[in-house]
Design a protein around this ligand. Structure first.
Ligand code: ATP
Length: 471
């Protein structure tokens, strides 16, 4: 992982001398300059791509070329919908159509001598997106680094809970027990041969005088212990020893080498962030309802992820008003019966939605909400063309999300753990309740924009910085 170290502009970083502040200001100007240059390159390439495309279309008098491309996208979207929502022959017809549509367009363009022009347009557009993304990434990273931090007080009795199985054995591989011991921490290694009451272990540690709690393990375990730390206003240490480490990633920690997280014990600073709450249970990343949560409950899921998913999706996507159909409200507003509903501890980047995204901040005091409702082929086609702007997807923030169903229990996946809860299930946010102790020297949260927001790129190109990170 590359460590993009970003100066802390506008943040409360106590204990830095005037020289450091000056150096930071200089580095910040350098980042602004780089962001501006990249944004200008992005705008230039995008304009060039559009002008070139229009010129070719006018020269060839071939508006049909554009229409063919658009039609292929629509047909591919409908094919993909048939693939996930049908079984048997219709499913495979859908798959064939989804693959054949783009191939047909390529063959048509090639046969028409349009392929060379297409390559130029695609290359210019790809360059525009790459430059735009890099510009946004630098800008967003600078903002993410502006999470306010305060110096961390000295520790007397830090207690770390470590799961030797997490991340395929990272605790042993990185010598975390020995390294933590050398830094003066007490380590409790979980006995994974039987289920352990992690929350109980954390509570006992507090009763015995722990002045910091930490976890080397998956995000589900992080959430349970973080909640105990928050309850006692103790600092919490995240050690990125899980498999996915989404929480560590959004805190700007090093995910490649979990032992670097231990540096926070000797040279740390503190951030104050929010925790999600799902019917009284804390979550650090996401609570997921609907199709995904239902599929991961299936015992066959562990053995065959894609097989189970393909088998169950048709019923989940088209089995309309059954007892399991979700009714959901965000701050009192009805969400169209969601097939997939993701509630997140702070929203993912404005342009990011399901999966793969990052949260620019963890201290905004709001939940992120992404709800998907695809009614049929027309919605699927619209989704293929418009993406998250289509009517099938709702992306918003909320302070409370209420999920209900006729069924006796609702399957929920909370930070990757599968649960069944009695409806209604209410999600809220606990603003600023968690003190997180992080190493002062850390990679920093670097949000990856998956979609280029041209308004922000345009603003960066003319020397204005992007959107307010707290928005
Ligand atoms: N409370 C617990 N008691 C006993 N064993 C546990 C407990 N929590 C987790 N385990 C075991 O440890 C394994 C690893 O779990 P954990 O969620 O910590 O890490 P992971 O799955 O590698 O990370 P991620 O959550 O990022 O996928 C689990 O498969 C489970 O067998």
């Amino acid at each position: 992982m590359s460590h993009l170290r970003i100066p802390q502009v506008g943040s409360i970083v106590v204990g830095m001398g005037a020289a450091a502040t000056k150096a930071d200001a200089k580095a910040a100007t350098e980042h602004d300059r780089r962001a501006r240059t990249l944004a200008q390159a992005a705008v230039f390439s995008a304009v060039a791509a559009v002008v070139f495309l229009l010129t070719v279309v006018l020269l060839y008098q071939g508006v049909w070329l554009l229409l063919t491309g658009l039609a292929a996208l629509v047909v591919a979207g409908v094919g993909a919908w048939w693939f996930v929502s049908r079984r048997g022959v219709p499913r495979w017809i859908g798959a064939a159509v989804a693959v054949a549509a783009p191939i047909t367009v390529i063959v048509l363009y090639t046969g028409d001598g349009f392929w060379f022009d297409s390559v130029i347009v695609v290359a210019l557009w790809a360059l525009a997106l790459a430059c735009g993304r890099s510009a946004l990434r630098i800008d967003a990273a600078r903002r993410a680094a502006a999470l306010e931090s305060v110096p961390a007080p000295p520790l007397r009795h830090p207690v770390l809970i470590m799961n030797p199985k997490s991340g395929g054995g990272k605790v042993g591989r990185f010598g975390l027990v020995e390294k933590a011991g050398a830094l003066g921490a007490e380590v409790v290694v979980l006995d994974t041969s039987q289920p352990q009451d992690v929350e109980g272990i954390a509570r006992r540690a507090v009763a015995e005088g722990a002045d910091l709690l930490g976890v080397a393990g998956g995000d589900g375990t992080q959430a349970l212990v973080a909640s105990v730390a928050a309850e006692h206003d103790l600092p919490f240490l995240v050690i990125s020893a899980g498999t996915r480490n989404h929480f560590a990633m959004d805190l700007g920690l090093d995910r490649d080498d979990p032992s670097t997280c231990l540096d926070a014990l000797r040279d740390g600073e503190e951030l104050r962030i929010d925790l999600g709450d799902l019917a009284g249970r804390p979550f650090v990343n996401t609570a997921s309802f609907g199709a995904y949560a239902q599929i991961v409950q299936n015992p066959e899921y562990r053995d065959s992820k894609s097989g189970t998913m393909l088998n169950e999706l048709p019923d989940l996507l088209t089995g309309d008003e059954g007892a399991e159909a979700l009714r959901a409200e965000a701050d009192g507003d009805r969400l169209p019966r969601p097939q997939v509903l993701l509630v997140t501890n702070n929203p993912y980047g404005e342009t990011e939605t399901l999966g793969g995204g990052r949260r620019p901040r963890l201290d905004r005091g709001v939940l992120g909400v992404v709800a998907v409702h695809v009614e049929g082929s027309i919605d699927a086609a619209q989704l293929a063309v418009l993406g998250t702007s289509s009517r099938s997807v709702t992306v918003r923030t909320a302070h409370e999300v209420r999920v209900d169903a006729e069924a006796g229990t609702i399957p929920v996946a909370v930070d990757g753990e599968a649960l069944n809860l009695e409806p209604p299930v209410v999600c809220t946010i606990r603003p600023g309740v968690l003190r997180v102790r992080v190493p002062r020297d850390r990679p920093g949260a670097v949000p990856e924009p998956v979609k280029v927001d041209w308004r922000t790129v345009g603003a960066l190109a003319v020397g204005r910085t992007g959107t307010d990170p707290r928005r």
